[in-house]
Design a protein around this ligand. Structure first.
Ligand SMILES: [Zn+2]
Length: 464
């Protein structure tokens, strides 16, 4: 009883800052109807473009897509001139973080959500839950907070929160009851606790995603229905040449010890089972390697985060430079290995979802996606395939794994109006995704001008 009263109180306290949030950065424009007039549509149902088209949005849905001359635009519709521009489904950051803890600063929450939108991201999947995020999800859904659709992972299941089968069962039941969209797995879950989690999750109808605990292993994880495996976690345990380990070999040698046959067996089974991979290559390059912090922090996106955050990145990178086990050679060998793993994964037909794990090490929310994308291409994904991983594949994931409305991720009549307007053709160069001229999520509109204004305001907050 007390817990429930406290929960209500927390929700009430939370609602006050939510309304304050509305004054800091540009907010959604809400129109009954929107028309993107005379735009080139990239529908993402197949690899094609539809020049000279008009897309009509009513409420949160697309209601017409056709050659401009054939689409009647009712009076009072908000018109967005599309000539010379491209309209595609909004992108997703499927390994996102919003500020952690139960009571983060509201400006920071607002900023993260804005940075995602400013980079064309209309869907995020939160990978470390806290109760406030359930309220945030609903506030976004209701249009009270400007942000991408938010699918909320539960607080982590790991060796501390789920050390026994009974603990695992209790966590699954409480997280499902609280209304989280899926379970987030971290390392440390023992095998017996995992197996109980699987049973109870099946019973209550919730899926699980994230890391592969070492005691479980990727083979058991995929055979027991893990929905998404993030960071290519668990691969090394089963793809490395047997007998090569950090105890007997130096790190670069360990990274070069992928056994092609074992890798092939793994990716073949992952493809058969359709287990989504969220590679997060850009982050992992930094987690198991190092870079020159000065040149990294000189990249334009770092103007949108605080000096403290930049310093924390610098310190984390320095710890890697100071670690004798991480050398320039091992950094390169590790990168090459991860690219090889992703190349094999994609070539085998394993489904891939777009994600970065922002704001971990050097990953600025939203902008990190544009650092991840070249690595996806380098591993053999075409621009169209990269876009699939951030659009219609996300709709399929939401429908099939989360059991929710997955009618988004293509530009077609009846789909949810999650759209991204850009000034160049991303099928020719994915760099075009960086010139955002506006986004809609569920038909709510944020113009390119509003995006530039918001980014300027965030930059001004952090100017040193
Ligand atoms: Zn993460």
């Amino acid at each position: 009883m007390f817990a429930r009263a406290l929960a209500t109180l927390l929700v009430a306290l939370w609602l006050v800052p939510l309304s304050l949030m509305a004054q800091e950065l540009p907010q959604w424009e809400i129109h009954d109807r929107l028309a993107f007039v005379d735009v080139t549509v990239i529908p993402m149902d197949s690899e094609r473009t539809l020049p000279g088209h008009t897309v009509l949005v009513e409420g949160n849905r697309i209601v017409a897509v056709g050659p401009t001359a054939q689409v009647e635009i009712p009076a009072g519709t908000h018109r967005i001139e599309g000539e010379g521009r491209y309209l595609l489904p909004g992108l997703a950051e499927i390994h996102a973080h919003v500020p952690p803890g139960q009571d983060p600063p509201t400006e920071l929450i607002e900023e993260y959500l804005f940075l995602y939108l400013a980079n064309g991201i209309t869907t995020i999947r939160g990978m470390l839950g806290a109760p406030y995020q359930l309220d945030l999800r609903e506030a976004i859904r209701a249009g009270e907070v400007t942000g991408p659709h938010f699918y909320v992972g539960a607080p982590s299941l790991n060796g501390n929160t789920a050390p026994t089968p009974a603990d695992a069962e209790a966590r699954v039941r409480e997280h499902a009851e609280a209304g989280y969209d899926f379970l987030k797995i971290h390392p440390g879950v023992p095998l017996d606790a995992w197996d109980r989690m699987v049973e109870v999750a099946e019973e209550v109808g919730i899926t699980y995603a994230g890391h592969v605990p070492a005691a479980v292993g990727i083979e058991h994880a995929m055979r027991t229905g893990m929905a998404t495996i993030d960071h290519l976690d668990g691969y090394l345990q089963v793809t490395r040449i047997e007998g090569v380990s950090g105890e007997t070999h130096d790190p670069a040698e360990v990274y070069r010890a992928t056994d092609p046959e074992r890798l092939d067996a793994l990716v073949t089974e992952l493809a058969q089972r359709g287990v989504w991979q969220v590679p997060t290559q850009y982050l992992w390059n930094h987690l198991n390697g190092f870079v020159d912090a000065d040149s990294m922090l000189a990249l334009p996106e770092f103007r949108y985060i605080s000096a403290e955050q930049r310093e924390s990145y610098r310190r984390a990178n320095q710890a890697r430079i100071d670690n004798p086990a991480i050398t320039e050679e091992s950094t390169l060998a590790h990168r090459e290995m991860r690219q090889d793993l992703l190349r094999a994964t994609h070539a085998a037909g394993v489904p891939i979802l777009m994600g970065t794990d922002s704001p971990q090490l050097f990953n600025v929310p939203g902008f990190a996606l544009h650092r991840e994308i070249p690595l996806m291409e380098d591993a053999g994904m075409s621009p169209f395939e990269v876009l699939v991983s951030g659009t219609r594949e996300v709709g399929r994931y939401v429908a099939e794994s989360l059991g929710q409305d997955g009618t988004f991720g293509t530009v077609e009549v009846g789909q949810r109006a999650d759209l991204l307007l850009v000034s160049g053709n991303p099928l020719e160069s994915l760099d075009a995704l960086q010139d955002v001229e506006g986004v809609t999520a569920a038909g709510r509109w944020l113009s390119g001008e509003a995006i530039r204004t918001g980014l300027d305001r965030i930059e001004a907050r952090y100017r040193d």
